[in-house]
Design a protein around this ligand. Structure first.
Ligand SMILES: C[S@@+](CC[C@H](N)C(=O)[O-])C[C@H]1O[C@@H](n2cnc3c(N)ncnc32)[C@H](O)[C@@H]1O
Length: 255
């Protein structure tokens, strides 16, 4: 019998849960991830109290959300990933569920975050419609997803997703235009789109995939420098094609 995507993701992330602790286990990789988290959190309107991290995984981002918004909720399809979250974010409410069928009342949240979870699902518009449904009318969606505008990045990702046992072959990155279109079809007005992550993403973000920086003296300093360079590169229209992720902010369009 063929597996559903939900089953495939649960199995995949059972294997991956211990790797995430390793990924976030170095000062330089935490520096990068914290900068990424700060970028996403910066788009939450002041006064937001009810926040949801959709596809929170092992909870490192959720821990930062919880510090700023006590009582943050984390949802993930993988119970194994959430077991790690439980250790890192004891104050957060953790829910095991499928983002394609959210167990929350309409208008429950001021902000919904998705960091790298949309591309693991198959019904992208359905996923985003669910986000819209659980957001207040003046709520905000903040996402960061793999971006394949650059043909070289698209090729490298396709190869990685095909070859590595740590991805499902059906997982895919987006183009900037494609993800904006998905958000609009799901009823969002996109208020910000920006690229994120070049050098720091590649060298500091994923020591479980590319660990070279572990052996470089001063790697934390180097990561800070990479983060600064990336910020400049991602802000320049021609060079922003080099960005590995795209950060999208959307607000429910009034019907
Ligand atoms: C790449 S990980 C990102 C985890 C976390 N946001 C982070 O940045 O460390 C993607 C997460 O999405 C979860 N996921 C995949 N499909 C899902 C679904 N349909 N509903 C909820 N979570 C899902 C996976 O279990 C995994 O924890």
């Amino acid at each position: 019998m063929t597996k559903t995507n939900a089953q495939a993701q649960i199995e995949l992330h059972k294997e991956l849960a211990p790797r995430y602790a390793y990924r976030y286990g170095f000062e330089f990789s935490r520096l990068f991830q914290q900068d990424w988290h700060a970028e996403m959190i910066s788009h939450v309107p002041p006064g937001a109290t009810q926040v949801l991290d959709l596809g929170c995984g092992t909870g490192f981002f959720l821990a930062e959300l919880e510090r700023k918004h006590p009582g943050a909720v984390g949802l993930d399809i993988s119970h194994d990933m959430l077991k790690v979250s439980d250790r890192y974010v004891p104050g957060a409410r953790l829910v095991t569920a499928d983002a394609e069928r959210l167990p929350f009342a309409p208008g429950r949240f001021d902000a919904v975050f998705c960091k790298g979870s949309l591309h693991h699902t198959r019904d992208h518009v359905g996923f985003l419609e669910n986000c819209r449904e659980v957001l207040r009318e003046d709520g905000v969606l903040v996402m960061s997803e793999p971006c394949n505008d650059n043909p070289l990045i698209r090729f490298a990702r396709a190869l990685l997703y095909k070859r590595s046992p740590h991805f499902d072959e059906g997982d895919q990155g987006f183009t900037r235009k494609g993800i904006v279109d998905l958000c609009e079809r799901a009823g969002f007005e996109v208020t910000l789109v920006k690229k994120y992550g070049v050098l720091a993403y590649v060298f500091a973000g994923f020591p479980d995939h590319l660990g070279i920086l572990k052996y470089v003296p001063g790697n934390a300093l180097l990561t800070r420098l990479f983060i600064r360079i990336d910020r400049v590169v991602c802000a320049l229209p021609g060079l922003s094609l080099l960005g590995f992720h795209v950060v999208i902010v959307g607000r429910p369009r009034s019907s």
